[in-house]
Design a protein around this ligand. Structure first.
Ligand code: G3I
Length: 332
């Protein structure tokens, strides 16, 4: 084992010893839960502490950006798997599950995808992308976010280059199942954690796909929320239960809680901890909720870094939110 790994493992041990209580992944595993983090693979090489905290605390990784269409197929037929392979290798070394994110999304598409293709051309493009990407990692990815944010904030389907192919969503799921029968296939979205028009529209969409026999295994609720978020107020448990009754597995896929609002820093950190605790409790009480994922490892590299939304601060120090998760996982 080259020197770098010894230094990383030693750091992991030292940080672990300094850490009060067992790591989140150890507690989650006892509850049959996978606890994940979104990862930027380049940081695994640049920042030993990033890698150490990730390996110590989480048993699932999700590619924050490197498995998106724009990162993988920058030109038609030209695939760049280097960063994604690095993430897969890290996950294997540290016995972590992997979530692929994401196959069909209206964002982060390369320019060539806006080429005004016909339905037949788009079908070929969609099939080739999914066969190439999902096929490459066949048997090594636990979950794929096949479709991401198809329903807009107005509760209507978003405009997307894929829409030239009327049944693109159904085809995407079928191509993914054929490319990797062992991966669970998910629909993933934000702003639908509670009952309301958007979650109603997603419920109707997924119910329709299930009734057509589309290979859809689960639904991801991103949980990008702020300090005022209250699972009870939005009736999150009821909302998750109706999706569970469709036979879907339930995942919290991208949680972060913006530390923005009135009150002292200490008060806001406690509010942030409450939100994390309450969402985890909803997940733990829902038998079909199997995955709880944070959208990053440390505030330093969050897409919302300025609002310090994660459970480790920019110096990898655990925040009250971390201890809230730890205590919640330890409760019977
Ligand atoms: O890779 C380029 C780099 O070459 C360039 O120098 C740099 C400056 O322009 O941009 C880099 O690309 C950025 C990419 O993240 C990788 O860092 C894009 O500009 C930036 O827009 C992109 O943001 C990502 C965002 O999705 C894109 O919409 C965030 O990191 C990522 O956290 C966020 O994640 C999404 C989920 O995929 C879906 N759910 C919502 C969530 C938050 O928006």
């Amino acid at each position: 084992m080259p020197f770098r790994w010894w230094s990383l493992m030693l750091m992991c041990l030292l940080v672990a010893l300094a850490q009060s209580g067992p790591p989140l992944r150890a507690l989650a595993e006892k509850r049959g839960l996978q606890i994940g983090a979104a990862v930027e693979p380049s940081l695994l090489l640049q920042d030993p502490e990033y890698a150490a905290v990730l390996a110590r605390e989480f048993n699932l990784v999700v590619a924050e950006n490197v498995m998106k269409w724009g990162a993988l197929q920058t030109s038609r037929g030209q695939f760049n798997f280097g960063a994604a392979d690095l993430l897969m290798d890290f996950a294997r070394k540290h016995r972590m599950a992997v979530r692929g994110h994401t196959l069909v999304w209206h964002q982060q598409l390369p320019r060539w995808m806006y080429g005004g293709f016909s339905a037949a051309e788009m079908e070929t493009i969609l099939r080739e992308h999914i066969q190439t990407v999902v096929g490459r990692y066949r048997g090594r990815i636990a979950y794929w976010d096949v479709a991401n944010e198809v329903i807009g904030d107005d509760a209507r389907p978003r405009a997307t280059p894929f829409e030239v192919l009327p049944d693109y969503l159904e085809k995407a799921f079928r191509y993914a199942r054929a490319a990797d029968p062992g991966a669970k296939l998910f629909y993933n979205d934000y702003g639908a954690e509670g009952l309301g028009p958007k979650s109603d529209a997603i419920y109707a969409l997924l119910k329709g796909l299930k009734e057509k026999g589309v290979p859809l295994d689960g639904v991801g609720f991103q949980a990008h929320v702020d300090l005022n978020f209250s699972p009870a107020a939005v009736r999150m448990a009821e909302n998750l239960e109706r999706f569970a009754r469709l036979g879907l597995e339930i995942h919290i896929t991208e949680m972060d809680v913006r530390l923005v609002g009135p009150g002292s820093r200490a008060e806001r950190l406690e509010k942030q901890a409450r939100v994390y605790r309450e969402v985890l409790q909803v997940c733990l009480r829902q038998p079909r909720c199997k995955v709880f994922t944070l959208w990053g490892v440390s505030d330093a590299f969050s897409w919302r870094a300025a609002s310090e939304p994660l459970v480790f601060d920019a110096d990898y120090q655990p925040k009250p939110a971390y201890f809230a998760l730890q205590q919640t996982l330890q409760q019977p």
